[in-house]
Design a protein around this ligand. Structure first.
Ligand code: SAM
Length: 220
């Protein structure tokens, strides 16, 4: 799967892509990341990508023309890719959406900056995505959230075949049960007895109860 990220700050992604699962996914040939610098599509000798908003107001907006050109450039090498715009006005991001994205052959992710972007860019994208009801400085961190959550769902990226199926939000709501590892006791804190019992059925039933309890608490 090919991810193409349109950003004014490509260097922000370097550390994230060079470690852990995102590195392994590239290493195994399961994911490919291309960083596209929006500045390369800027206008005039200063490669301008932003301008002030019509009607007045604080800050600058990303101009539609450089964004459109960058999207076209990305599409040239991946015509079937879905174009996603990171924006607080987008559809709220959920695990089910990550799962859907993981079946695409490619994603082109557009990162906004400053006060946002010229709304006409909406004509050139397939979907808008928000990672939550708060405002970040730019679309780069939201894009990293999306890339990480999607990449780990690509078959073969995670170790266990069912690793992504039995974890939190598999159905967008349910939270995973609590887990423990050695030692059995740490500073008086004990691992729940049932997990040491060797009784597989009892373990499953305890996990299911815990999962339901935590999910209820978090949603009440
Ligand atoms: N003026 C905009 C507003 O009030 O909705 C906020 C612009 S924000 C400072 C700059 C860029 O960061 C946005 O265009 C978007 O790309 C990204 N961004 C910020 N918060 C986001 C969120 N919750 N989800 C997705 N992208 C976000």
């Amino acid at each position: 799967m090919k991810f193409q990220i349109i950003t004014l700050f490509p260097e922000m992604f370097e550390g994230v892509f060079a470690h852990s699962m995102l590195f392994k996914a590239q290493d195994k040939g399961l994911a490919q990341f291309q960083l596209i610098n929006l500045r390369d599509f800027g206008q005039g000798p200063r490669k301008t990508v932003d301008d002030s908003p019509y009607g007045g107001g604080d800050g600058m907006l990303l101009k539609v023309e450089p964004l459109h050109k960058a999207i076209d450039f990305a599409k040239n090498s991946n015509p079937d890719a879905k174009v996603i715009l990171m924006t607080p006005r987008g559809q709220k991001y959920m695990q089910s959406q990550a799962r859907e994205f993981s079946t695409e052959s490619g994603l082109i992710i557009v990162c906004g900056r400053y006060e946002g972007y010229d709304e006409r860019v909406a004509q050139f994208i397939d979907q808008s995505v928000s990672i939550g009801n708060y405002v970040l400085t730019g679309g780069e961190i939201p894009a990293m959230v999306l890339v990480d959550s999607v990449t780990r769902l690509i078959p073969g990226v995670l170790g266990g075949a069912t690793s992504a199926e039995i974890e939190s939000f598999a159905d967008d709501i349910t939270i995973e049960y609590p887990q423990y590892t050695r030692p059995e006791e740490y500073e008086g804190l004990k691992v729940p007895e049932v997990l040491l019992s060797g009784n597989h059925q009892a373990v499953e039933s305890w996990r299911s109860q815990q999962s339901q309890l935590i999910t209820k608490q978090l949603n009440s």
